[in-house]
Each structure stands twice: as C-alpha cells, then as structure tokens.
Design a protein around this ligand. Structure first.
Ligand SMILES: NC(=O)c1ccc[n+]([C@@H]2O[C@H](COP(=O)([O-])OP(=O)(O)OC[C@H]3O[C@@H](n4cnc5c(N)ncnc54)[C@H](O)[C@@H]3O)[C@@H](O)[C@H]2O)c1
Length: 334
C-alpha cells in the first residue's frame, strides 16, 4: 500500500505522513517546500521516519507528478496556495497551483491502471461571504438567526466562489467531484472549516489559531480584521485524520461525495472568545488591535457535520479547550 501526499510537508500533510509512517506504510511526500515551516516539518518527519520518501517537486510539473504518484493506493492532495490574501496579489499563480495543479493530480490518477483513491482538501470559502444570512449580534459573537441553520451549513448551501482562492479551490473541488462521475474514479471532497493543531506554522494569512497562540506566547500584539465577533468552528488535526480514515474505510458509500467538515456547533468560537480562552490558559493579557474587514470574510461559518455522521459515523471529538492545550504544549516544545 503506497500513500502519496502532495503538500506532505505542510500542516495537515505532515500529520498524515506521520500517521502512516508510524504504522509502517510506504509513504511518499511530494512538496515544493514553498510554505514557511515546511522545511521544519520535513526535517521532523525525516528525523522520526528514515523510510520516508521525499520529492521536492511541484504539482504544476505534470510529468514529474505522474511518475512519482504511479502505483499509489491513496492520494491525499493537500498541496495548495492556501492564503486568500496572496490570491488577490497573484491570481494566476493561485489558479495554476490550486485549479490546474488539482487537474494534474486527477489526470495523473486517471491514466493509471488501478487508480488510487483521491482525497481533496477543499474549503468553506466555496460558499462565499454568505452576506444573505441574517445574524444576531451578541456581546462577543455573531449567531445565525434562522433556526434552520441551528446545526450549521450543510453541503446543499449554494456555492458562491468568492476571491481568486475561493474560485481556484472551488474549481479543484468540482473537478475532483466530477472525475468520480465521469471517469468512475474514487474521489472524496472535504469542504474544511478551520483546522488547527501541532505542526501548524500559522501566520496572518492562514492558520489563525496557531498564529494567535504563537503571538500570545511571545507577548506580541494580535491584529484582528473586523470586530472579532466572527465565528468559526474549529477542528483539531487528529479529528480530521480520523475523518479521512473513516471515509476511506467506507469508500463504497463515500466515493464521489462531498462533505463539510469542521468542529460543528459544539466546537465553535469567535476570535474574541478564543483570545479570552488563550488569556485564561496562559494567565496573561493579550494586546489586540483592530483593522478593516477582509474581503469575503464570513461573519459566521459553522459546518453541519450530520452527513459525515450519517454516512460513516464520524463526528468531531476534541473540544476547543483541549485542542488549544495540545497546540500550546507543542508550541512550547519547539
Ligand atoms: N488548515 C486549514 O484550516 C484548512 C482549511 C480549509 C482547507 N485547507 C486545505 O487543506 C490543504 C492543506 O492545508 P494546510 O493547512 O496543511 O496548508 P500548508 O500550507 O501547511 O500545506 C500546504 C503544503 O503544500 C505545499 N505546496 C504549496 N504549493 C505547492 C506546489 N505548487 N507544489 C507542491 N507543493 C506545494 C507547501 O509547501 C505546504 O507544505 C490545502 O489544500 C488547504 O487549502 C486547510
């Protein structure tokens, strides 16, 4: 069994690689190391797992990718231009990596004799800014007003690709979904909310939970774009891996499907609430400043995870408090 992970030196990818290597699976990481922190993750993987196979390569290089991916059983396609902000500055590169890069992965798979399962990491950004949803404003957070959204946003919510990143990730997701229909490939698309945890080198552009935690530990000021009452559901990395594994175990049911995954209603927090929790855990006051909202930013996004529960019995387990403790412990250790 060969596990092939594009973006395998990134946050989610390195956790996946560690999971499989720890269990003795042949694991190939394919990454161009463009993300700050990727080199550190790679060094950590190499240090712990001498059998790791690594290709310093780009998903835009089709022939290289095709050769490296040959004979895989499962492909986790995690490589991506991940920052909404960067997609504004350079939409062409964003498109080439996220949309064309994903097509490259699918084409590399389609031409194989026994095509592997493809797991695609999409994003809640495919639903756009969701400005049409009525919200209630509370002291520390916004809430959905509509009782129909009591469990969050499900997969039937209309798509509204917003920002070049939303468009390129959305296009990649639709291709991945369609390749299951048109070519009979085994693909699963996950529209992920905020994933956080160990090995996440978050910055202002992406990975805000780790970014806030790191700033707080170093007693640095945190910039909040908007009023800080925006709400996200947070999913701890180990829960996401568990979700991928269970979905793969049930591939007959899950192939060709799309799932919203996140912490769901139980594990949601506003930015202000997370800062208050950090202050409590670290027993220190955190300095914050406010700047304008960023385009396309959703005021509330909470995933409805009922479909994952119904189809393969998965639901998030790690509370925001517990997950944050694990993240802080890892940040202390590096
Ligand atoms: N972390 C989250 O909260 C979150 C939420 C929604 C979706 N996602 C998606 O999950 C996937 C993984 O996210 P992550 O948080 O681990 O990001 P990450 O930035 O930590 O990892 C991405 C990896 O891809 C590599 N990469 C970038 N461009 C590449 C290219 N052209 N060729 C080869 N490698 C390349 C980077 O060097 C990096 O190691 C991405 O597709 C992202 O869009 C993540």
């Amino acid at each position: 069994m060969k596990i092939f992970i594009t973006g395998g030196a990134g946050f989610i990818g390195s956790n996946l690689a560690h999971y499989y290597l720890s269990r003795g699976f042949e694991t190939v990481v394919y990454d161009n190391l463009s993300r700050p922190g990727a080199e550190k993750n790679l060094a950590w993987l190499k240090g712990n797992h001498p059998k790791l196979v690594f290709h310093k390569s780009d998903i835009r290089s089709f022939e290289t990718l095709k050769k490296a991916a040959k004979g895989s059983t499962i492909i986790y396609h995690m490589a991506s231009q991940v920052a909404v902000t960067k997609s504004f500055q350079d939409p062409r590169t964003d498109f080439e990596i996220n949309a064309l890069g994903t097509l490259n992965v699918l084409e590399a798979v389609r031409t194989q004799k026994n095509p592997p399962i493809v797991i695609y990491a999409s994003t809640n950004k495919v639903y756009g800014s969701m400005k049409e949803i009525s919200l209630r404003e509370k002291a520390l957070r916004y809430e959905y007003k509509d009782k129909k959204l009591a469990n969050g946003i499900d997969e039937h919510f209309h798509l509204d690709f917003h920002s070049p990143y939303g468009c390129s990730k959305g296009a990649g997701g639709q291709y991945t979904h369609d390749y299951a229909r048109i070519y009979g490939l085994k693909t699963i698309v996950f529209r992920q909310s905020c994933i956080y945890g160990n090995r996440q080198f978050g910055n202002e552009d992406q990975g805000w939970v780790a970014h806030f935690a790191r700033k707080a530990l170093k007693r640095r000021q945190i910039t909040i774009y908007g009023d800080g009452k925006q709400v996200r559901d947070l999913l701890y990395i180990e829960d996401l891996i568990d979700c991928y594994l269970k979905a793969i175990e049930n591939i007959k049911k899950t192939s060709g499907e799309i799932y919203n995954v996140g912490g769901g209603t139980s594990f949601s927090t506003s930015l202000l609430e997370l800062i208050a929790l950090l202050e409590k855990k670290l027993d220190k006051k955190i300095k914050i400043r406010f700047r304008d909202w960023r385009p396309g930013d959703q005021k509330v996004y909470i995933s409805d995870v009922s479909k994952t529960k119904k189809d393969f019995g998965w639901e998030p387990k790690t509370s925001v408090s517990k997950g944050l403790e694990k993240l802080l412990a890892w940040l202390h250790s590096i």
